[in-house]
Design a protein around this ligand. Sequence first.
Ligand SMILES: Nc1ccn([C@@H]2O[C@H](COP(=O)(O)OP(=O)(O)OP(=O)(O)O)[C@@H](O)[C@H]2O)c(=O)n1
Ligand SMILES: C[C@](O)(CO)[C@H](O)COP(=O)(O)O
Length: 231
Amino acid sequence: MHLLIPAAGSGKRMGGDRNKLLLSLREKPLLAWTLLAANAAQSIQWVGVIAQPDEWEELKAIVSDLGLNRAVHFIPGGKTRQESVHNGLNGLPDTAEQVLIHDGARCLVSPALIDRCASAVHQYPGLIAAIPVKDTIKQVLPNTRQIQHTPDRQFLWAAQTPQGFDVTTLRKCHEEARRQRWAVTDDAALFEKCGLPVQIVEGEETNLKVTTPVDLAIADFILQQRHASNV
Ligand SMILES: Nc1ccn([C@@H]2O[C@H](COP(=O)(O)OP(=O)(O)OP(=O)(O)O)[C@@H](O)[C@H]2O)c(=O)n1
Ligand SMILES: C[C@](O)(CO)[C@H](O)COP(=O)(O)O
């Protein structure tokens, strides 16, 4: 299975002055944890990291320190996640039939979840990891914040990555998005807009996306717990 890791963001919501994936988390750069999970997943044969070229040198040093089993290929990032994934799809080898896309920022993913998604994508040409929503969600008017609607929680799932797709179909969806100027936050949304089915694979509560400083503290705690239960 081919795995693309979008890692070309700037981490605005983290509030720092650099890509959050380079921040230290339990003595390793955040992206190192994502790469280690991918390395431990048995289904992954090819890994591409999509990153801004001015960070390649630093990222290549991180990869080399990890002593991974497989080579990591670098692909230039774009201005948005959507553009980065588009570049990533163009950077895949011609032999790639299916692809998993996993955010570099979801550094606590388990190798087992990656393997489950890799196995399921042979059956479902569009899938995402997701978990049932725990909160009561309110839809509000943007300006006044007055509540318009409370959707029934039994139908709400929080999207995660990995997201897995048939490569040819996802490429077509990305090209359609460029023609129609669709802007989306994940690849499943492009499948949906093209009228294609997307299956949910049960994700993991700990597979959070490190977005804000609080997420970084939670990720630190989860890794500490994992370490404690392994020794
Ligand atoms: N131009 C971009 C923007 C984001 N990403 C990647 O997409 C994933 C999810 O994005 P997000 O968490 O929003 O990361 P940032 O864009 O870095 O964060 P922010 O939105 O707070 O700036 C991250 O692994 C990020 O590196 C990317 O590859 N290219
Ligand atoms: C792809 C994603 O991780 C699914 O949860 C997410 O959509 C990435 O972007 P976001 O803008 O931080 O939601």
